[in-house]
Design a protein around this ligand. Structure first.
Ligand code: MEV
Length: 451
């Protein structure tokens, strides 16, 4: 008989982890004991480590495990990196590795840090004359910087801090709406906490400044701070990664000569610059690589993605993040991408695996990590387009898909070998692989019985 289920709960966050698991298991699953065991089976064997992981979020029951792999042989600015990647999609790490190897014999990836500036905003409304506001702004700016000196002290010692604060008049878009737009240098940290702490204090200073200034009277003394928060759009925290070689050094691909390959590849990139439908998939392929490194280093992949997509639309149309030029016998392929990442602060050093990822990369600075991520994104894009304009991607994808299904069916090494040969010419689907393995096992049983 169907169990009576209690789907809502009071005080859940106050329950112990075991009680939370029991409540979930008993109220949402057919087999509570199995679910309890399964959730607990993913706990870290070291209770201290598990406590660290639990501390990153709320109502934690267990850990969600993802594959942690590496793409070796990334030659970037003359250094060879073995890049950690956390991703659940087959073929991504293999594609990154193969593109890394390909370019390692053609000069590798070269990167340039175009900027490292980050942005934060205080949005406020004020009913008064803009000219008066403009006139007092230099004084206000001084006060904003002075009041945050205790917050910025350490960052200033490291060479960072507040770079500038601008006053923006936005009243043509929204009545009485103004903005303090501040720019920051946050050195090796992503800087979200640093920026937000400064901005919240800016908001307080702003309010007091108007209340206490003799220049303002009545309504003009009231500033209404709407919100103070960093912007994840960081077009000036930008890196360029490039690969290039003489066209003939590209070699032949699946019977296609290097000239034809370069031409087709270039057209494929141009299509992604022209057509947003293609651009979205094209950029998704780039983020396959970038997100995997962002995750492996416990950076904020939502921030990186939203910024990247906003940047891809900066001229009003969503376009490819990468560009290609085939000119004077040279194939050049590059990406410009904003990457506000950190190698200190946040979870980067608290998450035990992220800490190891950074060690694996030689404990890079934030700008070095930007270079690595941009190169991996470009490599991923190169690998995807190389497949798309030559064999198509299904060949490689289906092989990985087949291996995943075989794994799920607990196929032996011998069964896997036979299946890989068989499915070179057959379409891979869950049912076709299941039927093939069943037939194989059946035949084996019959021949064992006969012997
Ligand atoms: C699949 O995850 C990514 C690709 O679709 C990217 C692309 O089409 O460029 C292969």
């Amino acid at each position: 008989m169907e169990q009576k289920r209690q789907k809502s709960v009071k005080g859940f966050s106050k329950l112990s982890k075991e009680d939370k698991i029991n409540w979930i298991a008993n109220n949402f699953f057919q087999n509570p004991t199995l679910v309890q065991k399964e959730l607990m089976s993913f706990w870290h064997p070291n209770a201290k480590q598990q406590k660290i992981l639990d501390g990153f979020s709320e109502n934690t029951l267990s850990n969600f495990v993802m594959p942690y792999g590496v793409a070796p042989n990334f030659l970037i600015n003359g250094h060879t990196y073995c890049v950690p990647m956390v991703i659940e999609e087959s073929s991504v790490v293999a594609a990154a590795s193969s593109a890394a190897k390909f370019w390692s014999t053609r000069g590798g990836f070269k990167t340039e840090i175009i900027g490292t500036t980050k942005i934060g905003q205080v949005h406020f409304s004020w009913e008064g004359n803009y000219e008066t506001l403009k006139a007092v702004f230099p004084k206000l700016k001084e006060k904003l910087i002075e009041d945050t000196l205790h917050i910025t002290a350490n960052m200033r010692k490291r060479g960072g801090g507040i770079l500038d604060i601008e006053l923006l008049n936005m009243t043509h878009l929204e009545p009485n709406y103004y903005q303090l737009k501040a720019s920051f240098e946050t050195c090796d940290s992503m800087g979200a906490n640093f920026i937000n702490s400064n901005l919240e204090l800016f908001g307080k200073t702003l309010t007091h400044f108007f209340q206490n200034s003799s220049l303002f009277k009545g309504k003009e003394q009231e500033v209404n701070v709407i919100m103070a928060i960093l912007s994840n759009y960081t077009p000036d925290c930008l890196v360029r990664a490039t690969v290039e070689c003489p066209i003939e050094q590209l070699g032949n691909f699946e019977g296609m000569d290097s000239k034809m390959f370069a031409r087709k590849f270039n057209t494929a990139v141009n299509i992604a610059r022209i057509d947003p439908y293609r651009a979205t998939t094209h950029n998704k392929g780039i983020f396959n690589g970038i997100d995997a490194v962002v995750l492996a280093t416990a950076n904020d992949f939502r921030a990186i993605e939203s910024c990247g997509h906003a940047y891809a639309s900066r001229d009003g149309q969503y376009r490819s993040l990468s560009q290609c030029l085939v000119e004077h016998g040279v194939f050049k392929f590059w990406i410009d991408i904003p990457l506000a990442v950190g190698t200190v602060g946040g979870l980067t050093r608290l998450h035990p695996m992220a800490n190891r990822s950074l060690e694996l990369l030689g404990n890079p600075s934030a700008t070095e990590l930007m270079s690595i991520m941009a190169s991996v994104g470009l490599a991923q894009n190169f690998a995807a387009l190389k497949s798309l304009v030559t064999t198509g991607i299904q060949k490689g994808h289906m092989k990985m898909h087949l291996l995943n299904i075989l794994n799920h069916m607990e196929a032996s090494e011998a069964e896997t070998k036979q299946a890989v040969i068989f499915f070179e010419k057959e379409a891979v689907s869950f049912s076709s692989v299941r039927d093939y393995i069943a037939t194989l096992r059946n035949n084996n049983q019959i021949s064992t019985l006969k012997n």
